[in-house]
Design a protein around this ligand. Structure first.
Ligand code: SAM
Ligand code: DTB
Ligand code: SF4
Length: 313
């Protein structure tokens, strides 16, 4: 039987002495993973900007005036070129994101073809296309898709302060369609949205209450985008980020935990803390979807310095 966490239990883990928290997380991590290995993923934005959703953190929302260049759905060859580059750079998984409320029906066949072709290069595939219905989830599974990324983002209580055009329940419905179609779930959140410690604990608790636990949990650190309502949000304390990662590792021992957006300005020491706390996946490359990422040169030096290695496909 799956463990049913209570708020008090999660809070006790989250706020214990840092030394104990990281020790517990690392002990659990070693039981399930090779603790020297980090999973490398690469992102590509396949349709950029003009999104009808109003996520207050996002460069791609059509509701805010940001410096972003919009782009229509890329054609298959352009996507495959990027996927080949990703494979050469050592990526194990290629993750494609589109700024849609939900994927247009008329693009489903095209998307299936893109997924099949990326898979044929020997890469795992992940897409994040917004809300899905049951049939769309099945169509993606039929195309051979491995993972679908759809985040809870934050706690149910804080969520309406961040996004109003799509409800928390909408997200859970999509996650259920993804699970029912037999796809692996990539579901996590963002820190630094003005949420409280209680929100962070509730976010982890709510993640543990999904009908099916995510196989992959991205923890994004807000990249403040000029022009969005959260463009000058207060920066969250790094120690809180480490606490979230360690608590997630303890609650989700089998999941990959991805130190996702926001690594560019993180120190080597902060990276080391996050890996000690159980993070075991990163995005490679100079770019995330639209924002800058740490970059391969930095990551190679970092891995060498920390004595860690990137998993091979
Ligand atoms: N449009 C799709 C959707 O939201 O359903 C997928 C793309 S969206 C960019 C995927 C996730 O990226 C968001 O749920 C959020 O957690 C993260 N994200 C977006 N903008 C971010 C930012 N400025 N800083 C950190 N994370 C961000
Ligand atoms: C996720 O949780 N993080 C990735 C992935 N899922 C698609 C996206 C991060 C986006 C960061 C902001 C940007 O590049 O626009
Ligand atoms: Fe659109 Fe996704 Fe950005 Fe929200 S996070 S505005 S749904 S691209």
């Amino acid at each position: 039987m799956l463990k049913q966490w209570t708020y008090v239990e999660v809070e006790q883990i989250y706020q214990q002495a840092m030394t104990e928290l990281v020790f517990q997380a690392q002990s659990i991590h070693r039981q399930h993973f090779n603790n020297h290995e980090i999973e490398p993923c690469v992102l590509l934005s396949i349709k950029t900007g003009a999104c009808p959703e109003d996520c207050k953190y996002c460069s791609q929302s059509g509701h805010y005036k940001t410096a972003l260049e919009k782009e229509k759905l890329l054609d298959k060859e352009a996507i495959l070129n990027k996927a080949r580059e990703a494979k050469e750079s050592g990526a194990k998984r290629f993750c494609m994101g589109a700024a849609w409320r939900s994927p247009p029906e008329k693009e489903m066949e095209n998307l299936q073809d893109i997924i099949k072709s990326v898979k044929a290069l020997g890469l795992e595939t992940c897409v994040t296309l917004g809300m899905l219905n049951a049939n769309q989830a099945k169509q993606l599974k039929d195309a051979g898709l491995d993972y679908y990324n759809h985040n809870l983002d934050t706690s149910k209580a804080h969520y309406p302060k961040v996004i109003t055009t799509r409800t928390y329940q909408d997200r859970i419905d999509t996650l259920n369609h993804v699970a029912n179609a037999g796809l692996k779930t990539c579901c996590g959140g963002i820190l630094g949205l003005g949420e409280t410690k209680e929100d962070r604990i509730n976010f982890l608790l709510e993640l543990s209450q999904l009908d099916k636990l995510p196989e992959s949990i991205p923890i994004n650190n807000l990249i403040r985008i000029a022009g969005t309502p959260l463009g000058d949000a207060k920066v969250i304390d790094n120690i809180e980020i480490v606490r979230v990662i360690a608590t997630a590792r303890i609650m989700f021992p089998q999941a990959m935990i991805r130190l996702s957006a926001g690594r560019k300005n993180m120190s080597d020491e902060m990276h080391a803390m996050c890996f000690m706390a159980g993070a075991n996946s990163i995005f490679l490359g100079d770019k995330l979807l639209t924002a800058e990422n740490a970059g391969d040169n930095r990551d190679q030096l970092l891995m060498a310095k920390l004595g860690l290695s990137l998993e091979t496909a």
